[in-house]
Design a binder for this molecule. Structure first.
Ligand code: SF4
Length: 343
């Protein structure tokens, strides 16, 4: 608690209040947490809430969130405490893991702000306390993490989420996803009636990934190549249109995407020609260099890097193309972080 700053002296051993937050059902636990937060704010002392339960409206439906702890300071400021198992070595931890913890904590802060808005004298800190094992030992150490950036991103994402009622309005009357009442065909039709936005990250996160990937490939959609590639391709939404632009068959040459694709295609042709002409080489590599999906992925990736990839990089891309996937440096799955409550 000393790390939380402020002018108040830190609490002595056993002096911080730790209210019982047990209640029946999630609604009961949320109400009990709100009451404990109000009482703690009014008490003017230190309080530690162990695994409180918070509610946050996500796309019109409540999502229940359980931070590891919330500290209430004597001045009425509430701070989220996130406990993680990854180590903090010499005061620093893996940035990607810290970033994920910060995004998770930001959702808790947003949920706490809803409660604080109804509590006199309460304020939610935009810095959270990250607790980790110290240098691979069993000792805990803590660091304060600024989550203002994650807060603004999450606020924007939540505001843009389509309400579940609006999605339901687009689904045909009588559609159900009930596994027990539906035949396989009915279930497939029900899933197909909902639009999806497949990306390669889905393979690690969603059981529908193979289904959505097949639909994406059927539609020739560039999303199947990864969000990073998709972002670079601008208005070109199908692999066929990308290939046509790269081969000079369509597209405005003044369009930077089209120009980058054509330059990438030229670089690739040059690289293949010089490889074929090199002493000791009998052909253009592994025999998969002809026109087709593999070539199209190489062009796409080269375009995504400004057409400056070497032939070695192109070959690396081609090997991924054989699996139907491309490198992707985008953000995680298209699920919203708020729904996740794991610690
Ligand atoms: S996250 Fe969405 S788009 Fe991705 S596989 Fe699952 S349902 Fe399909």
């Amino acid at each position: 608690m000393e790390r939380l700053g402020g002018t108040e002296p830190p609490p002595g051993p056993g002096t911080a209040a730790t209210p019982d937050l047990s209640a029946s059902g999630p609604e009961g636990r949320v109400a009990r947490t709100a009451l404990a937060l109000r009482e703690a704010t009014g008490s003017g002392g230190w309080t530690l809430l162990d695994h409180p339960l918070l509610a946050l409206e996500v796309a019109g439906s409540p999502a229940y969130l359980e931070p590891d702890a919330v500290v209430v300071r004597p001045d009425g400021r509430w701070t989220v405490v996130e406990i993680k198992s990854f180590p903090m070595i010499d005061g620093s931890a893996d940035p990607s893991k810290v970033g994920a913890a910060a995004r998770q904590a930001a959702v808790y802060v947003l949920a706490l702000e809803r409660v604080a808005a109804r509590t006199a004298g309460a304020e939610v800190a935009d810095r959270v306390l990250l607790v980790c094992p110290k240098d691979f030992s069993n000792l805990p150490t803590a660091s304060v993490v600024d989550v203002r950036k994650q807060l603004s991103v999450t606020r924007r994402q939540l505001a843009r989420l389509t309400r579940i009622e609006d999605i339901a309005d687009t689904v045909p009357e009588g559609t159900t996803f009930d596994l027990e009442r539906c035949s396989g065909d009915e279930l497939t039709a029900a899933v197909d009636s909902v639009s999806a936005s497949y990306a390669p990250e889905c393979l690690a996160a969603c059981e529908l990934a193979f289904h959505c990937r097949a639909r994406s490939r059927e539609a020739d959609a560039v999303e199947a190549l990864g969000r990073g590639v998709r972002g670079e391709l601008g208005g070109l939404t199908t692999v066929a249109s990308v290939l046509a632009a790269a081969h000079g068959e369509s597209g405005d040459p003044r369009d930077p995407t089209v120009a980058a694709l054509r330059r990438a295609a030229e670089l690739r042709a040059e690289a293949l020609a010089s490889a074929a002409a090199a002493p000791g080489r009998t052909g253009g590599g592994d025999g998969r260099d002809g026109p087709g999906p593999a070539g199209s992925l190489s062009a796409c990736e080269a375009a995504s890097t400004g057409g400056t990839r070497s032939s070695g990089a192109t070959a690396s891309t081609r090997s991924r193309a054989g699996t139907g996937e491309a490198a992707d440096t985008g953000h995680g799955p298209g699920r919203s972080a708020p729904a996740r409550t794991e610690s």
